[in-house]
Ligand binder design. Structure first.
Ligand code: GCU
Length: 331
């Protein structure tokens, strides 16, 4: 009895020491959590699952990651805050989540920064993208790879077909000052709100509209409440697969080669996500169109009005970020 108790206590201590894992033959294992606010069948969540399976296989089962979809671990901002002290180990987040703490992340939210997807990937897959991944370390998290999230567009409950029609409408944005200012410059009223609350706000009419990419517009059901989708393509917000610095230290303490393994697995997961993204973008667009959404394209002159109105946003950054903006524009 007494021996049993001692063994149980020893096992418990082992579990606590190695972060709620178990003691496998080849040493302790880590059981870790990864947050995503999208549903299970969404490209980012599937890629996070793929990442977890690669990491488990390449660490001989010593690093086990469980993915929690649907914001089960909380909204993105709260997840990020928990990651800063190691409360959550990994997350896939929109770059906007880091904007308040990392000026480089805020810069990536600038409307019309990237000319198109090809331009964005040239930047993110190159030297600038690697430096941007490093820049988030300042916020006690480490960027592992970039995921695609397409282009964001405005959608509304009532018909909106031009910049003029947006005036005075309340539009939901991420919890971001830059996105709020963008909406103000368009003459509308920004409402910062956590993603999971947007559907009911649209349904009850407490906001007039929101903005997001095709797959999010479709997966959340926002298209049912706000069927007018205006293709202004204002932002390409890349997404990040992040690890908490605290977790990275725990993992590399198990084996110093695991840091490189994580990065390699995250890059492979990103390639997978980008493939899934392309398919889902087309499927989501088709689905919302079939369901009667009214999609408005803007001609060059109308699009130019959207662009010109937000140029002041480019002026508020410190000189080193201004330089980065110019490098991105020239890429
Ligand atoms: C996208 C993104 C989410 C983000 C959301 C938002 O859907 O994938 O991670 O939370 O935009 O607008 O908040």
């Amino acid at each position: 009895m007494r021996r049993g108790l001692i063994l149980l206590t020893a096992a418990l201590i082992a579990v606590l020491l190695c972060g709620c894992g178990a003691v496998a033959e080849h040493g302790p294992t880590l059981l870790l959590r990864c947050a995503d606010n999208q549903p299970e069948d969404y490209p980012t969540t599937k890629a996070a699952e793929y990442f977890a399976s690669l990491v488990e296989a390449r660490t001989d089962g010593r690093v086990v990651i469980r993915v929690f979809p649907n914001a089960e671990l909380g909204g993105e901002k709260s997840v990020f805050e928990q990651m800063q002290f190691g409360g959550i180990d990994f997350a896939r987040v929109s770059v906007g989540t880091l904007a308040a703490e990392v000026p480089e992340a805020e810069m990536l939210q600038l409307p019309y920064l990237f000319r198109d997807a090809e331009h964005m990937w040239r930047v993110l897959d190159g030297k600038i993208g690697d430096e941007l991944l490093l820049s988030v370390r300042r916020a006690d998290v480490v960027g592992l790879s970039w995921f695609d999230a397409g282009a964001r567009n405005i959608y509304t409950r009532e018909p909106v077909a031009s910049l003029q029609d947006l005036k005075g409408l309340t539009i939901r944005v991420q919890e971001s000052e830059l996105m709020s200012e963008m909406i103000r410059l368009w003459g509308a009223i920004p409402v910062q709100m956590v993603y999971s609350e947007v559907y009911s706000a649209l349904e009850t009419g407490s906001i007039d509209g929101a903005e997001n990419n095709w797959p999010s517009y479709e997966a959340t059901g926002h298209f049912e409440a706000a069927p007018y989708y205006l293709l202004d393509g204002h932002a390409r917000l890349p997404e990040l697969l992040l690890i908490s610095k605290v977790t990275l230290e725990k993992i590399t303490a198990l084996d110093s080669s695991y840091g490189d393994i994580l990065i390699q697995c995250a890059r492979e997961a990103a390639i997978y996500e980008r493939e899934l993204w392309k398919e889902r973008e087309g499927a989501s667009e088709a689905l919302v169109r079939e369901n009667g959404c009214i999609v408005t394209e803007l001609d060059d002159a109308a699009l130019q009005e959207f662009r010109e109105a937000v140029t002041p946003l480019y002026e508020g950054f410190p000189p080193e970020i201004q330089t980065l903006i110019r490098q991105i524009q020239a890429a």
